[in-house]
Design a binder for this molecule. Sequence first.
Ligand SMILES: N#Cc1c(N)n[nH]c1N1CCCC1
Length: 330
Amino acid sequence: LKKRQDTSTPAVPYQQVEYLVNIAVAGQKLNLDFDTGSADLWVFSDSLPASSKKGHNIYTPSSSPSYKVLSGHKWSIAYADGSGASGTVGTDTVTIGGTSVTNQAVELADRISSSFVTDGLDGLLGLSFSSINTVKPTQQKTWFDNAKASLSSPLFAAYLPFNANGAYDFGYLDSAHYSGTPVYAPVDDTNGFWEVASTSYKVGGTTHSLPGNTGILDTGTTLALMVDSAVSAYYAQVSGAVNSRSLGGWVFPCKGTTLPDLSVRLGPTNYATIPGKLLNFQPADASGTQCYGGLQSVGGGTMNVYGDVFFNAFYGIFDANGPRFGFAPL
Ligand SMILES: N#Cc1c(N)n[nH]c1N1CCCC1
């Protein structure tokens, strides 16, 4: 699994950092973005315009003897960052690590939005709950849902260290990928996400409550996105921080700033502390004067989104038994 930081485009709230995982769809190697915030497995297909296919590995069903068309089935997905894709559906054998799933729904993109053309990925592998899969008329299951019975344990874990190669462990916990003992929070899968209660946070030695709030653990989102009260309270601790419309979010002076840690409550008991140094995402402009924060606003609602910034500090354990989410410091 490789991590590629796309610093070419200006920071935007949902900018994707690709976690490229090499998987085989019927022996055809593809780099897919493993995304615990969505439930569709889709790939670039040969029915895309040539301009969209440039620089990507393309899945060609015609060269796979095990491919079967799922006739009359379509899919269409729109992500929170405004990107999207759509197309037709088939099934094939999908192998990750040593585990093969036969008759896995593979969604063929015949339309993709521009951000996918420039990203280094060849598609997405959804790892949220199958209840939000977009295939119609018959909803399809995620690769993990299909695979979990044949794994030693019905779980997977995300190891995504900052600026280093990461890994997804399927069916087991790799003790080399975390320290200490994992703690767990119950997951409510009603909305199809790995969603836990997140009713308070700590910054600058003060505990703030977030009544009725939850958080989703989402490897497909780059940053940590929280409700405005939390984001404002955090940047109130950072001198010179401003919420810049032109730069697309909260920025602060790159020089001389020491960001505070952010502790977020996951479940009824435990807090996860993200060190301040992981909350400096990248320079917000070419001059490098202002830096873009790794904590940004989720907009409205009470559902916070703990993305890759969280996983840069914690090994994330997605356990279908429960279901529950576990975490331990890297
Ligand atoms: N926005 C967004 C988003 C998310 N919350 N999880 N995964 C996402 N994407 C996967 C590919 C593009 C966006």
